[in-house]
Design a protein around this ligand. Sequence first.
Ligand SMILES: C[S@@+](CC[C@H](N)C(=O)[O-])C[C@H]1O[C@@H](n2cnc3c(N)ncnc32)[C@H](O)[C@@H]1O
Length: 231
Amino acid sequence: MSGAGAPDFFYREAQRLGYVARSAFKLLQMQKQYKLITPGSSVLDLGCAPGAWLQVACESLGPLKNGGVVVGIDIKKVKVPSLHCDARVQTVSADVMNLPKDKVRALSPQQRGFSVILSDMCPLVSGITTRDAALSVELGMRALDLAVGGAALPNLGDELDGSASDSDNNGVLKAGGHLVIKLLESEDVQEFRRICKPLFRKASWLRPKATRSSSKEIYLICQGLQSKARV
Ligand SMILES: C[S@@+](CC[C@H](N)C(=O)[O-])C[C@H]1O[C@@H](n2cnc3c(N)ncnc32)[C@H](O)[C@@H]1O
């Protein structure tokens, strides 16, 4: 079981239910409120280690016969957890900041993209609030760029530009698809919602119950990518 901080209710529940981290309850709450993952979904989980969201995503697909896939990417090597996961889950070890979109698209069913993209990516927290928030914005921006493609995004300043050195400008989120981005609260996060609002049917903030009170994390839940936003 991984997770910093003192064992609490969510830690103990995760252990009891066989989840590899208490973070499982954050995605469980999102599922309950927004029903992002449905049977047959194709899910991309960015920053997937140690694998609790892989477990919840796979469960949310329903029985194996319903199909669907979950692809997890992390800088760290991740073993697919044995509980709550089945043959529909695979993991790749890579730095999302340097992974071209065509390589990510190649991991999706028939290379047609994903119906749900989750980013729980987080920098190694240094304790320097402005630095941590800026790194989290970079990771969040990369997730957004991967999902919707650079052409759908307005011209952004360097600090908000997540496009890295990516020649493929098309996003890997399908029209109608959903995107979840974790951010650390700062002035810049409001800019995220402003950018995402016209691209999606709905964009709302969630601070899950399982988030520790000491954490600055907040999730932007973007539902229903508008087809005109697809490039
Ligand atoms: C909070 S953890 C994710 C927890 C996961 N959702 C779960 O429930 O098990 C954040 C992860 O983001 C990963 N990460 C941070 N930067 C990354 C990057 N550039 N590329 C890929 N993964 C990254 C870290 O290695 C870390 O495992």
